[in-house]
Design a protein around this ligand. Sequence first.
Ligand SMILES: [Zn+2]
Length: 225
Amino acid sequence: MYIMIGIYIGEGKVIQFVNVNNNGGRFWFFAPSLSSSGASAGAGAGARRNQKTNTCPTPYCGLEKVVGSGVRLSCIDCFMKEDKLCRFKYDASRDFLYAKMIGGTCTMAKSDPAEDVIHRATYLYENGYEKYNLMSNNCEDFALYCKTGLWSTNISYQGRSSQANAVHPTNRPKDENRGLGEFMLRMVTVVPRSLAKREKKDLGHREDVVIVPVEELFSFIISLT
Ligand SMILES: [Zn+2]
């Protein structure tokens, strides 16, 4: 199960980041503050603006300001679809994190005030964002950045999403070719170890993350490569 995560900005509106399967370039930044040569990393991103991506009668719903960026405005009904709405928990205790067996539910990192969160989400909606990647830059990564302003300096492992971390190869027991007895024995030790790894990879626990102002995010990501 994959949990969709977005940022509620008030008045029934959600900003979310979806996979648009666009292979045009790594970045989808409009990057208004950069020169045209600097913005070329975006492979023409931002050339088209304001495209409606669904048939919802609400005028703003499904709008993508930077076409191809995957950062969209949605009404709360379309965001929820048939599912129930849950609140992602920030500043979770270690016990709370361990009690939640599945990712996409909580983090030990603290949330910034609502106005900062809405500013980041709105800025990325209006100017574009880095390209979608299920393992290293998904909807949870987007929401975590909007909520905390934290971005990893570790170029080899950017993913901050707890959903991706739960299935990342370095966090998965290698039991496929083992017998049942050995599997059961390993489960006794692997599950706690796996939870410990999840804690270690939690955004609130990692030491390779720094606060990056949203206006500087594009140049910051460029500086890592
Ligand atoms: Zn809608």
